[in-house]
Design a protein around this ligand. Structure first.
Ligand code: GDP
Ligand code: MG
Length: 281
């Protein structure tokens, strides 16, 4: 049987390469400051009888990143479709990390969420409700400290289990009704153009990326002139309705989701705003 491809995906400096080394016994260079990884490194590991091809994907902040450092990882997610995404989060900075997560959810690919840097989290007195996070994100959550090689076996277990399990139903983020209607129309157009190849999740994701103005996806569809014209029409209708471009509308909805989720799952000891009450003078 062919190996199961597992991609480590996260923001730069979330600890992907450290995890990759701990998982595979490799000795790749770890960034002390910024972006050491510039190309993809992969290694095979067999765990509980499952051969996993683990890929260290260079970090990026958004699936529509255009900077050269971020494009490698971004293009990988668009083009390669790994069997499993391991979304590596800097658990000490969940506010930054969850924005990418909202976009990875939309790829529909099976995901494992890793809360790395748990040593920092404990030191800062932050508590994270992992059970709630797991159910909200529709993925197992594994806590790790790559630096001390903690949680590595649990992560390998989660990968092997997911490789053997039937895929779970993908989740979707719900946008406002104008956006949803536009997504729906583009999705139908796409499904007509590619009737065989596109699953509903995939066509929804492509529709969202096109409405967002993603260069890569638009270039891929550039020979479908009518579709490209439709997208422009949808974008200007949305701009008219909302006074905001479509990319910002999508980004605001994703931030709203991740901020709302964060309020539910994270508590900081001694946080002056936690349990704050007004009393009568
Ligand atoms: P990448 O950019 O996601 O590949 O991140 P790296 O693996 O290069 O790690 C970035 C920095 O974070 C390095 O200095 C690592 O030593 C450090 N690091 C990685 N994992 C942990 C962890 O669990 N705890 C702490 N405290 N530091 C970590
Ligand atoms: Mg790296």
């Amino acid at each position: 049987t062919s190996p199961v491809t597992v991609a480590l995906v996260g923001n730069p400096n979330a600890g992907s390469t450290s995890l990759f080394n701990a998982l595979t016994g490799a000795q790749s260079a770890v960034a002390n400051y910024q972006r050491v990884t510039t190309s993809l490194t992969a290694r095979e590991v067999t765990h509980r009888g499952v051969t996993l091809r683990i890929v260290d994907v260079p970090g990026f902040f958004s699936t529509s990143s255009q900077s050269p450092e971020e494009k490698v990882g971004c293009d990988y997610i668009h083009g390669e479709e790994p069997d499993i995404i391991v979304n590596v989060l800097d658990a000490g900075h969940l506010d930054r990390s969850l924005f990418l997560t909202t976009q990875l959810i939309e790829t529909g690919l099976p995901r494992i969420t890793v809360l790395n840097m748990m040593d920092e989290v404990r030191r800062a007195g932050i508590r994270i409700d992992t059970a709630l996070l797991a159910s909200a994100l529709g993925s197992p959550v594994v806590e790790t400290c790559a630096l001390k090689k903690e949680g590595i076996d649990a992560l390998l277990d989660a990968m092997a289990a997911m490789a053997l399990a039937a895929p779970a139903d993908p989740l979707r983020l719900h946008y406002d009704s104008h956006l949803e209607a536009a997504i729906d129309r583009v999705q139908q157009h796409l499904s007509k153009l590619h009737p065989q190849e596109l699953s509903p999740v995939r066509s929804r994701w492509l529709a969202i990326k096109m409405l967002e103005g993603d260069d890569e996806v638009l270039r891929h569809e550039s020979n479908h002139v009518e579709l490209v014209e439709d997208i422009k029409g949808e974008q200007s209708a949305l701009a008219h309705e909302h006074d905001e471009d479509t990319a910002s509308l999508l980004a605001s909805a994703r931030f709203a989701f991740s901020n709302g989720l964060l309020r539910e799952v994270r508590q900081q000891e001694g946080d002056p705003t936690a349990g704050f009450k007004l009393t009568r003078i």
